[in-house]
Design a protein around this ligand. Structure first.
Ligand code: SF4
Length: 699
């Protein structure tokens, strides 16, 4: 095989970096940033090399395996499909359709074939028990966008390249490379704000990597962001600083929002949140005085008991200051494939509830925090069979220990996954798709969430192994057979994702085509984000609702928590998660290059708190919550707020049966053996990882 250079988009995180990959004699010899990629401009992070590691990983499955008394045995695709579909149909015939559930993990959305074809299969199950990582992450963003702008995917994106003031709450883009804000090279983009005389302010219970580079950082007590946001809004109204500009022509609910905010003065909330009234006012003044400003809140704001209120209020601040749909503010994208254009505007919330706890459905899914009890609690519609797709919920959803037991009790489980990990080890059959460098790629979702409009298609670099299947082939095959056909050859024409992508591009706002993208392997720049309201709104009258009734009602619940510390019975610390540049949730720990070096799975704690507990550097501590306990080394740092401790997520690989040779050598412990499935944003059921109280003791 001759030597050549391949250009593609990295699909490992949301940043969509362009890669330049050198191949010699069929081996990847170098992965660098593609300087000609108009979006990422040559930037990559250390994770990019993991694409080679995953491709070459001896632990990666390429063909179906079945769990037997003698261990995992490879079987044919035909045998696997016959058994899986037979079992699903059998269980549904005996127990009803809802006895089968599906969980889709975060990587689903990073793969073109899965994004386009997994819904076909999920629909074929005709079950109300659908779950995904969304309800352990960004669901409040979707909920607020749907309530205010009429579409759950119409989420405002910080116009980082043009803003003069960026307020980041509960986000650490320098570690994550942006989320609900696809932004490669974010460190330089933040630096550019400062260079042009602007300011970056970070609010977080930890002095994160992003906070360290910001102009100002404030610690905030976990779970109290909604109070801060209301105090900012109160200040805006009280000091006549509200100025919607052109948004006032199509925004409803201003008076109601003013009325709600009145009682939440900076003095009322300062003790609860840990930021002084003076600083809240200073922040508000700087925000309105900036030529352009944007308030951006991410995972730390979402995964808390008032996550939906907080995401709503963040949008509201951008509206009240005239910064929504304004250059340098919070803008909307115009993606080359505009799947929002085919939006349904009917009700998408609480059309059914979970069987055991009555938690609400949103966008066809139930909150994942209820999955374990739906499996473990006997009765009609109990889940007996689970299909996981690219997910590891035992490590990534609340109370993983309980879920572990639940998975053990399933009658049947299927995993569509490339690894035998902490969750898939419970499966009866694993169906592994071709992945990474073996598949063509177009980022269907993250172009919708990007800080600039671009489009790029990547060809597959390597052909998949002989006899292996693409993800879309697996989903289509399962869906067809669920439709009582014996295979996809019977009555259906199998369509690759490229066919649908080509159509999406041709009908999109730029009239592109797959051929055009293939002719431009570095990607096509479609320009900066542009003002598009009110036309882009999906609300019936094309108006912004700044005070949606359902969120306004939830303020009562917030009010009651004003003096609640969330601590009790010796549980004196609040636990928060953290992300590292070389991590991506639970699925990047089998690359030696990414996990080597200092142990990252530590409990960060403030030095004064550590002194009070007689803890020294690297002491082993036992951390206990209502649902479980773990032991790990302590890392003493004044980068933590007093009373708050932090653990990374995605670790805990020491479980028996895991077949990840590298990850098990760097096993760590799982934060989700501590997080609590009963602690939720009660409005939507989103997991509230940041409101978990723990006890810390020296071992
Ligand atoms: S920032 Fe994300 S997209 Fe860019 S190279 Fe790293 S993992 Fe890949």
């Amino acid at each position: 095989m001759k030597n050549f250079t391949h250009f593609r988009t990295c699909n490992l995180c949301e940043a969509m970096c362009g890669l330049e990959i050198k191949v010699e004699d069929g081996i990847v010899t170098k992965i660098e940033g593609d300087k000609n990629d108009p979006f990422s401009r040559g930037h990559i992070c250390p994770k990019a090399v993991a694409l080679k590691d995953i491709y070459e990983d001896p632990n990666r499955l390429k063909f179906p395996v079945k769990r037997t008394e003698n261990g995992w045995q490879q079987i044919t695709w035909e045998d696997a499909f016959v058994e899986v579909v037979g079992k699903i149909k059998d269980i549904q015939a005996k127990n009803g359709n809802n006895a089968v559930a599906i969980y889709q993990g975060n990587p689903s959305i990073h793969n073109l074939g899965t994004t386009m074809n997994s819904p076909l299969f999920a629909k074929s199950l005709r079950t109300k028990n659908m779950f995904s990582a969304t309800s352990a992450d960004q669901l409040p963003h979707h909920f607020a966008a749907w309530q205010m702008f009429g579409h759950p995917m119409l989420m405002p994106i910080p116009d980082i390249d043009f803003t003069d003031f960026m307020l980041i709450i509960g986000g650490n883009p320098i570690a994550s490379n942006g989320s609900i804000m696809s932004v490669p090279d974010v460190a330089n983009r933040l630096k550019a704000i400062q260079k042009r005389g602007g300011k970056v302010v970070v609010i977080d219970p930890r002095l994160t990597e992003t906070a360290a580079k910001a102009d100002q950082h404030f610690f905030i007590r976990p779970g109290t962001d909604a109070f801060l946001l209301l105090a900012i809004i109160q200040t805006l109204f009280a000091e006549n600083l509200v100025n919607l500009g052109r948004l006032s022509d199509f925004t409803d609910g201003i008076d109601l929002l003013k009325e709600i905010s009145t009682e939440f003065t900076p003095e009322i909330v300062e003790k609860q949140i840990g930021i002084s009234a003076e600083n809240i006012r200073q922040l508000t003044h700087e925000f309105v005085q900036a030529k352009s400003a944007v308030c951006y809140g991410r995972v730390g704001v979402s995964v808390q008991t008032f996550g939906s209120i907080a995401q709503w209020l963040i949008n509201a601040i951008n509206v009240l200051t005239g910064n929504l749909d304004h250059t340098g503010g919070a803008m909307f994208t115009a993606p080359a494939v505009d799947f929002l254009a085919r939006a349904k505007t009917d009700n998408r919330f609480n059309r059914w509830q979970s069987r055991v706890r009555g938690l609400p459905e949103f966008l066809g899914e139930l909150p994942v925090a209820t999955l374990a009890e739906e499996i473990l609690t006997e009765g009609e519609n109990q889940i007996k069979c689970l299909i996981t797709s690219c997910g590891n919920p035992i490590l990534s959803t609340p109370n993983g220990g309980q879920l572990d037991k639940a998975f053990e009790s399933l009658e049947y489980m299927v995993a569509i996954d490339i690894y035998i990990n902490e969750s898939t080890l419970h499966a009866d059959i694993i169906l592994p798709p071709a992945t990474g460098l073996e598949v063509p790629h177009y980022d269907m979702t993250f172009h919708v969430l990007a800080v600039r409009n671009t489009a790029k298609f990547s060809e597959a670099l390597f052909t998949k192994a002989d006899g292996a299947k693409y993800d879309w082939e697996i989903y289509q095959e399962l869906a067809y057979r669920m439709a009582h056909l014996t295979s996809s050859n019977e009555g259906f024409v199998s369509e690759s994702p490229e066919v649908k992508l080509d159509l999406g591009l041709q009908f999109g706002p730029y009239g592109l085509s797959l051929q055009k993208l293939k002719e431009n392997p570095h990607g096509i720049d479609l320009g900066a984000l542009k003002s598009c309201l009110p036309n882009r709104l999906f609300t019936p009258e094309k108006r912004i609702n700044i005070a949606p009734e359902i969120l306004v009602k939830d303020i009562d619940r917030l009010r009651k928590s004003l003096n609640d510390s969330g601590l009790s019975n010796g549980f004196e610390y609040l636990l928060i998660g953290r992300r590292h540049l070389r991590d991506n949730n639970s699925w990047m720990h089998n690359s030696e290059r990414l996990v080597k070096g200092r142990n990252r799975c530590t409990l960060m704690m403030h030095s004064e708190d550590a002194k009070n507990l007689n803890l020294e550097l690297n002491s082993l501590v036992k951390v206990t919550s209502r649902v479980g306990c773990v032991e790990l080394p302590i890392e003493i740092t004044d980068h933590m707020m007093r009373g708050v401790v932090s653990m990374p997520h995605g670790y805990g690989h020491a479980r028996k049966g895991v077949k990840l040779d590298v990850a098990t050598q760097h096993a760590g412990v799982s934060i989700n053996d501590l997080t609590d499935e009963l602690v939720l944003d009660e409005l939507t059921g989103n997991a509230a990882f940041n409101n978990v109280a723990v006890k810390v003791e020296k071992v």
